[in-house]
Write a protein that binds this ligand. Structure first.
Ligand SMILES: NC(=O)C[C@H](N)C(=O)O
Length: 430
């Protein structure tokens, strides 16, 4: 704990290390300073240029170093030591008992076994949730667990009905649990996470997706640590109000934006919009207070009900993705246009397609065609769309696979072209 003469007041008690004020009680100095009547003054020392503020309180961020009147350094991380000293208190803040966590298993490499301890390819899905839990450190002091195996497949094989069963599993767990963990293959994890963020309002309950890059049989398998961290993240009060999270390789990120950027490495997931936090030596460190992605449109799914629309029967609209390239043949649009309800194109650069392909797209005038991008980062500005087409929509920051899901959800909701553009506008497209 910092010196008794420093009073720390956190501005928002629900946010660890939120902006806080420090007040240094320093009677001696105060009395000798005619200009200051107050018995307290706030002092902030910067190692290069030490300044004394006469304000009675001063906001500080958690990265600054505060020095007391004896000039002994007190790193602000000590502020959180009161929390880290007691492992249980990290998880039960605002809970009356240990948080209850639901784990939904779907498969992926995290549930896989390979042929030898050096094999990191050619493995197969083989583990149940119980097998995975047996491989992680004791969590009995952290949470109570209940689990359900929804399916056990490589994520390339997640079908529409499995996606909807993940949706249903999460929706029903929200009522009874304090956090939800979904084990999932990394290849399409970002698609499921995006779908869930777009369709479920989780309120305060953290929904944490987790996978691994090495099978359970491999030397230094990453699955057990990733799963352990995901359970801790879902159990922590610090994760409340952050929506759908992804936990992999010590990093915590937003399911809405995360993308798999490396097909092999442990550091597979990347996010230009920034990681939300990380996990080090049993401690969860968030970089920001609870925040959800900007402009997310929440869809209300009407599943398995007897509504009369054409997507009844738990079927999502059909949307395909085409990949732009030099010499792209405009006839490809003709080949898919009747079978699919909508099309997404991974364009070159920020919306570039050969003129003949653009002409073909705009000639389909009622069929929504979303222009996304091959490039991993960046966005499609509306200004780069062909000028004469009402049916072409810029994906903004969304990559082709996320654009596909967003378009499916718009079509499922029977949105008009203008409404679809408004939805994509949330991510600066439209
Ligand atoms: N690392 C992984 O999980 C890849 C695996 N093929 C999957 O997506 O199921």
């Amino acid at each position: 704990m910092p010196n008794d003469s420093i009073e720390i007041k956190t501005i928002c008690s629900d946010v660890e290390n939120s902006q806080f004020t420090l007040t240094v009680n320093n009677e001696e100095e105060n009395n000798s300073d005619d200009n200051i009547n107050s018995k307290t003054r706030t002092r902030i020392n910067n190692p290069i240029n030490s300044t004394i503020s006469s304000d009675s309180t001063l906001s500080s961020t958690s990265t600054s170093t505060i020095t007391n009147n004896n000039t002994s350094n007190i790193p602000t991380s000590q502020h959180s030591d009161t929390i880290s000293n007691n492992i249980r208190s990290r998880y039960i803040h605002n809970y009356h008992q240990l948080p209850r966590i639901k784990i939904l298993g779907t498969g992926g490499t995290i549930a896989s076994k390979g042929g030898s301890s050096s094999a990191t390819a050619g493995y197969h899905v083989d583990l149940t949730i119980q097998d995975m839990l047996d491989a992680i450190p004791d969590i009995s002091q952290i949470c109570e667990i209940e689990y359900e195996q929804l399916c056990n497949v490589d994520s390339k094989d997640i079908s529409e009905s499995q996606l909807l069963s993940i949706y249903n599993g999460i929706s029903s767990a929200l009522q009874k649990f304090d956090g939800i963990v979904i084990t999932h293959g990394t290849d399409t994890l970002s698609e499921t996470a995006f779908f869930i963020e777009s369709t479920i309002d989780s309120g305060d309950v953290p929904i944490v997706f987790v996978g691994s890059m090495r099978p359970s049989t491999s030397v230094s398998a990453d699955g057990p640590m990733n799963l352990y961290q995901a359970i801790c993240i879902a159990s922590s009060w610090k994760s409340k109000g952050r929506g759908v999270l992804v936990s992999l390789n010590d990093q915590i990120s937003a399911g809405y934006y995360i993308t798999k950027t490396n097909a092999n490495s442990l550091d597979s997931f990347n996010v230009r919009q920034g990681y939300l936090g990380n996990f080090v030596n049993n401690e969860i460190h968030y970089y920001y207070p609870p925040v959800k992605p900007q402009g997310v449109h929440k869809f209300k799914l009407k599943l398995n009900h007897d509504n009369k629309d054409k997507y009844n029967g738990n079927k999502l609209p059909l949307v395909c993705i085409l990949y732009g390239h030099q010499t792209m043949d405009p006839e490809i649009i003709d080949l898919v246009k009747d079978h699919y309800d909508g099309i997404v194109i991974a364009t070159m650069g920020a919306g570039s397609l050969p003129d003949e392909v653009n002409d073909k797209c705009v000639s389909l005038f009622n069929k929504p065609i979303v222009y996304s991008k091959r490039s991993m980062d960046g966005m499609i500005p509306i200004a780069n769309l062909p000028k004469n087409g009402n049916n072409v929509i810029a994906s903004g920051y969304l990559n082709p696979e996320k654009s596909r899901i967003l378009l499916q959800l718009c079509l499922l909701s029977n949105y008009s072209l203008d409404e679809i553009k408004c939805v994509f506008n949330g991510v600066y497209g439209g």
